[in-house]
Design a protein around this ligand. Structure first.
Ligand code: ADP
Ligand code: MG
Ligand code: MG
Length: 210
């Protein structure tokens, strides 16, 4: 089993749907340790992505083209930290998926490239209470699943499960990157909004692959 451009389009549409559904939760999480705009930023970005997909005159040829459209749209419409971070993630992922269909190792390559993009852009490592704390265990779980022979859908499910655990594990952490770091010790006790949106996006990827 492999994933093709139809999966990528479905992933993007499901991402938009779940981000919109969780808009208020993401706003509330960001209100606790940031400036309360993460749900709005992500909703604006993914709404714009879907509008661009809907307006296409010809279908996009491959997964890389879909991810590139997401990257450029998020960069130009999402204000704040998350826009360039997710934008770079999708851009790197697009470059890593220059093949028509993804097998399990192709999915791993996509996730690894996205994580590398986020780290290159944000300079955060694990334990700093950012989206990196969801992306890193997700990528590790994907590697382990793919190496044990899991299908692309199961690789993505493992990644989404690990992103969930990683997001929950940000609660006790003290933020040392991004806006939440301004709170110092007072950032502990709250879940990082970007880690939650990462979990939502990876769950959407897994569901699109079912
Ligand atoms: P802003 O903080 O500019 O308002 P958002 O609220 O949209 O932007 O996004 C905040 C999220 O961005 C945080 O929850 C965190 O996950 C992520 N983030 C912020 N700075 C970094 C960084 N340097 N590296 C990785 N992720 C970061
Ligand atoms: Mg914010
Ligand atoms: Mg902001």
């Amino acid at each position: 089993m492999t994933l093709d451009v139809a999966w990528a389009v479905d992933w993007v549409r499901r991402s938009a749907q779940t981000v919109i559904e969780h808009r208020d939760e993401l706003i509330e999480l960001d209100r606790q340790i940031g400036d309360g705009d993460h749900g709005e930023n992500m909703t604006r970005g993914f709404t714009a992505v879907v509008a661009k997909l809907d307006a296409l005159e010809a279908p996009l040829a491959d997964i890389g083209e879909v991810l590139k459209l997401v990257a450029t749209t998020l960069m130009s419409t999402v204000g704040g930290a998350a826009g360039p971070l997710y934008g770079t993630a999708y851009l790197r992922a697009a470059k890593a998926t220059g093949v028509p269909e993804l097998d399990s190792q192709g999915v791993v390559a996509l996730l690894e490239a996205a994580l590398e993009g986020i780290v290159a852009r944000g300079k955060a490592t694990t334990g700093e209470k950012t989206m990196v704390d969801a992306w890193t265990p997700a990528t590790e779980a994907a590697v382990a699943a793919a190496d044990s022979g899991a299908s692309p859908a199961d690789v993505l499910s493992a990644a989404a499960d690990a992103a969930h655990e990683g997001a929950e594990a940000t609660i006790p952490l003290v933020a040392t990157k991004g806006r939440a770091s301004y709170l110092g010790e007072r950032s502990a006790g709250h879940l990082d909004p970007g880690a939650r949106s990462t979990e939502l996006i990876l769950r959407a990827a897994a569901q699109a692959a079912q």
